[in-house]
Every structure is written in C-alpha cells, then in structure tokens.
Design a protein around this ligand. Structure first.
Ligand code: ADP
Ligand code: DP6
Ligand code: CO
Length: 358
C-alpha cells in the first residue's frame, strides 16, 4: 500500500485593536499601516484544515466548509500553496534526497470554520493561518512561526497575526519584497491573563463588501485614510503597546474604541461609502459607552472596550471580573427577539489564547 501523506491543524482568530485597513502592495499584501491584535482561544472560533498530498491528484483543490472553492492561478491561495511547496523542496527534499518528493504532488485541502465565515469575525485570519500550519506539518518543515507569518500574510493580511498567541503586532515593514512585514509578539497571554473577550454575533450573514475589495476602495478614494495612516496610527501603535506592557486597561480601552471608530469612519469616507455596522452594533456601542460613563462618574475606570471588524459583530474586551455583568447587561437590553437579532444572536466568551496551536 502506498503511504498516506496527510496533516490537520487548527488556528485561532485574532481581533485587532489597532486595525489594518489598506494595502500599499496588493499582490504581496503589504499594509499601509501597522496593526495590533489579540489572539482568541479556539473553543468557539477556529479554522481546522486538513491537507493531503498524493501523486494521483491532478491539481490542487480546496473545500471550504464542505463546498469546493476555485483555486485561481496567481491568487492568494495558490501563492500560499506554492510558497509552502518551495519551502518543502528547499528545506527538506534538497537537503535529504531520501525524503519523498511531496513538493511535486498536488494537494487536496479541506477546511472548516466553527463560526460564521466572511461575517467580520476574521475567518480569513484563522483560515490562512490554519492552511499554512497544516501544510507546514504535512511537509514536516523545520520553520519558525515568523516564516509562516510571512506566508500567511500573502493569503490574508490579518492571518499573519494568528501564528502567535497573546498580544501581537503586525509591523508594516519597509522592504519592497515584504521580507520585514510580519507579526511579532508584543506580550504573551500570561503577561495579562485578566483580559477576556466577549463575542456578540449580531448576524452571521456574509458581508456585502469583502475586506479585500472594501479596503482597496478606501485606499483609492478616502482622504481620511491618508490622515489616519500618516498622523494617527503610528502614535497609537506605540501607545497601545505601552498600555499592554503596563497592563493599563483605561488606555487600552480608549485606544481600542477610538481605533474601531476611526476604521468605520474611514469606511464611511470611502466612495461609495461602506457600512459594516448595523443598528444593533451601534446600540451595543451606546450601551458600553454608558456602562463606562457610569463607572468613570463614580470615580472608577473603564470597564469594557468594544471593537468591530469589517462586519456588524461586536467584540468586547474587558477584565474577567466584569464579563458576567456585561453579559447580563447585553442580554437584558437585547432580548433575543427575532426581528432585531434573527435566530442566531449568540454570545461567546473567549480567553486570550496562550499560543497558536500548530
Ligand atoms: P472575514 O471578516 O471573515 O475575515 P474576509 O472578507 O476577510 O472576511 O474573508 C473571507 C474569505 O476568507 C472567504 O470568502 C474565504 O475566501 C477566506 N476563508 C475564510 N475561511 C477560510 C478557511 N478556513 N480556509 C481558507 N480560506 C478561508
Ligand atoms: C477590519 O486581513 O481580512 O479585520 O488582507 O484583504 O485578506 P485581506 O484583508 P483582511 O482584513 C482585515 C481587516 C480588519 C482589521 C484587522 O484585522 O486588522
Ligand atoms: Co478577513
């Protein structure tokens, strides 16, 4: 019997506090600004990907959530697979000619997300991180997360940050070949274990404008984006790293909410405008603002921070001790009525993960 070459890996999502929105190079996926995120645990939000190489396969094929997706020549998926095969040849087969020539076989890849795909909960991040991780395992590559981060970035920018747990920055870099545009760990989860995330799934519909096409339109048309990337994000990156290192939740919360607001302002400043949040998203913002206001008025600090990616679903970061109260608040202000939440309004409470499981 011929041997079976197959491997499975999972990867977590990450939700940005300082948002990536804009590319300076669309092919290599080089961003117009650095970004910073928190990687969540895999209980509720993960991609699990199985890759198999076989000499009988005629071409590379991909199934996402059970449905076959086309792998376009020269597209992102094809770039990631090609890069991983190149590494297999360079790092394994050329060094040890006895190793099977897996780099010359086609692969069949099957991936499942256990949360809504393309709904603004970073499925492209966990998806491409799981893809490169499963191929790295299949090909038995002796490579670091930072090398995998460079390759995952070329699948989806945000994916480069899902190769690490804890608090992760994607340094935009300056090299034209993208060799310094990768993720680095700012602090491990154990540095600030008190931070928790609450994910409010307002809608699991596929978004109308994908992140890729939305940000491209913003780059082409938004004057506000130029102000953001030149005059706002560089200082915010420094300030949020300082806040994380000092475990300063007040600063972390202020910066996270301000950056979510500015990202959505930039989407609105796009021609034609892009709306990712809906009425329920905005009501959740009002609730968190009021919750913080009452605490500040009583001499306390910030209690929670909301952030929204390119979709209507809220992620709320808060110290663990506040999570129960926040769930009670949300459930009482948003009883799960069909007309406001559809059938699928759901709350997931997630820890920050200590490491991306490879
Ligand atoms: P999201 O907000 O969910 O990241 P995007 O618009 O950025 O939405 O990306 C969604 C796209 O990412 C999907 O249409 C699909 O092409 C890709 N994707 C999502 N999940 C996976 C996965 N598990 N494996 C491979 N690609 C995936
Ligand atoms: C709003 O990484 O999904 O979630 O690189 O085109 O695949 P592509 O885009 P993607 O964009 C993510 C945008 C964001 C902010 C963020 O995750 O930093
Ligand atoms: Co995405």
């Amino acid at each position: 019997m011929s041997p079976i070459y197959q491997a499975t890996a999972s990867a977590p999502v990450n939700i940005a506090c300082i948002k990536y929105w804009g590319k300076r190079d669309t092919k290599l996926i080089l961003p117009t600004n650095s970004s910073l995120s928190v990687t969540l645990d895999q209980d509720h939000l993960r991609s699990t990907t199985t890759s198999r190489a076989d000499p009988s396969f005629e071409k590379d094929r991909l199934w996402l959530n059970g449905k076959e997706e086309e792998i376009k020549d020269g597209g992102r998926m094809s770039t990631c697979i090609k890069e991983m095969k190149r590494l297999r040849k360079q790092e394994v087969e050329d060094k040890n000619p006895a190793e099977p020539k897996l780099s010359s076989f086609s692969v069949h890849i099957s991936s499942f997300n256990n949360f809504p795909t393309a709904a603004g909960l970073a499925s492209s991040a966990s998806g491409f991180a799981a893809l490169v991780s499963s191929l790295a395992q299949l090909y038995q590559l002796p490579v670091s997360p930072s090398t995998l981060s460079l390759i995952a970035r070329q699948g989806s920018g945000s994916a480069c940050r899902s190769l690490y747990g804890g608090f992760v920055a994607w340094e935009m870099g300056s090299a034209v070949d993208g060799s310094d545009s990768l993720a680095i760990e700012v602090a491990p989860q154990s540095h600030w274990p008190d931070i928790h995330a609450l994910i409010c799934v307002v809608s699991d519909d596929k978004k109308g404008t994908s992140s890729t096409s939305g940000m491209q339109r913003t780059v082409e048309t938004s004057p506000l984006l130029q102000h953001r990337i030149n005059h706002v994000v560089p200082q915010r990156m420094k300030d949020i790293s300082t806040a994380i290192l000092a475990r300063d939740f007040d600063s972390f919360a202020r910066l996270t909410m301000a950056d979510s607001n500015q990202f959505h302002a930039v989407a609105l400043d796009t021609e034609p405008p892009i709306f990712y949040m809906n009425d329920v998203s905005r009501s959740i913002i009002s609730l968190i603002v009021e919750y913080n206001r009452l605490s500040l008025a009583a001499g306390g600090g910030y209690k929670a921070a909301y952030t929204y990616d390119a979709g209507p679903n809220a992620v709320i970061y808060a110290p663990k001790e506040n999570i129960k109260e926040i769930i009670q608040l949300i459930v009482s202000y948003f009883p799960q009525q069909k007309d406001s939440f559809k059938d699928n309004f759901n709350l997931f409470s997630a820890d920050v993960t200590s490491q991306a499981k490879l």
